[in-house]
Ligand binder design. Structure first.
Ligand SMILES: [Zn+2]
Length: 275
């Protein structure tokens, strides 16, 4: 076997044998519907696949929680179930209420729905009444900003507006206090993270794989994207495993000298960008 291959295999083995930090996954979805609109296919999981995934999670003993449950647990105000998981849905599409809500309810599950406030009520998106109904039926509503612009492309005062106005709009309309946030396209920097705390958010989710526990930065929660599976449940199980492997990689990276670690982090960021 050539040396580079051997070294790579040794590295993989070294990562896989790391003690993973105990933690729970957060899954990232967008739409669940039979009729994806053209161009949106990679964001759409079919109802049949979604049902299979939910049933798998239930069979594996997972209990769904919301970001607010997690935030309360961090403050010692709530204990989390033995095997928690957060199901999250970005962008606020109309199928979230029509298709996803009944499927979750049927299984006694809850989830968080991150909505873009200026899209509420537009064709293809949930209406205000849909959101009130979601909340009444035990779901959490979070903010995905007012306009879905990657925040890192905006000047700080515009970033703050996106965080503040979306939260205020949801609350003014009568939803419960909004504490949870999802970065549009997963883009963030240190300034935005600090701003979220100033604007009274308690948690935020990224698009970076990994697991979460009370030690995780609550504004940098790891999340695994679930695209439409080409290989059914096997692929879904691999995605869940990806969270676990990413968590182990973080453990190993922390053990490396700074120079080596930064090289690997850069490579990882590049790979993520291509995803
Ligand atoms: Zn989005």
């Amino acid at each position: 076997m050539p040396l580079p291959v051997l070294l790579f295999l040794a590295f993989v083995a070294w990562v896989l044998t790391a003690e993973p930090p105990a933690g729970f996954p957060i899954l990232e979805y967008h739409m669940v519907t039979e009729n994806p609109r053209p161009g949106a296919e990679k964001y759409v999981v079919s109802p049949a696949d979604f049902a299979e995934q939910l049933d798998y999670l239930a069979a594996e003993g997972y209990t769904t929680i919301t970001p607010q449950d997690y935030a309360r647990a961090r403050k010692g105000k709530q204990t989390l179930p033995e095997k928690p998981i957060i199901l999250s849905f970005d962008d606020g599409y109309e199928d979230n209420h029509r298709v996803i809500l009944p499927m979750l309810e049927e299984r006694g599950m809850k989830a968080v729905f991150y909505v873009v406030t200026n899209d509420i009520g537009l064709p293809g998106y949930m209406t205000w009444n849909n959101l009130f109904d979601m909340e009444r039926r035990g779901m959490e509503i979070g903010s995905h900003t007012a306009n879905h612009i990657p925040l890192t492309t905006l000047p700080p005062e515009k970033q703050r507006e996106e965080l503040r106005l979306s939260k205020l709009m949801l609350e003014w309309k009568g939803l419960k206090t909004i504490y949870s946030f999802s970065y549009p396209t997963g883009a963030y920097d240190a300034g935005i993270v600090a701003m979220l705390a100033e604007e009274d958010y308690l948690t935020a989710v990224t698009g970076e794989a990994g697991l979460n526990n009370v030690e995780t930065n609550p504004y940098l929660l790891h999340r695994v994207n679930i695209p439409p599976p080409h290989f059914g449940l096997t692929e879904f199980r691999l995605r869940l495993m990806k969270a676990d492997i990413a968590a182990r990689l973080d453990v190993r990276l922390a053990q490396l000298p700074d120079g080596v670690r930064m090289g690997i982090e850069t490579l990882r960021a590049k790979l993520r960008g291509d995803e």
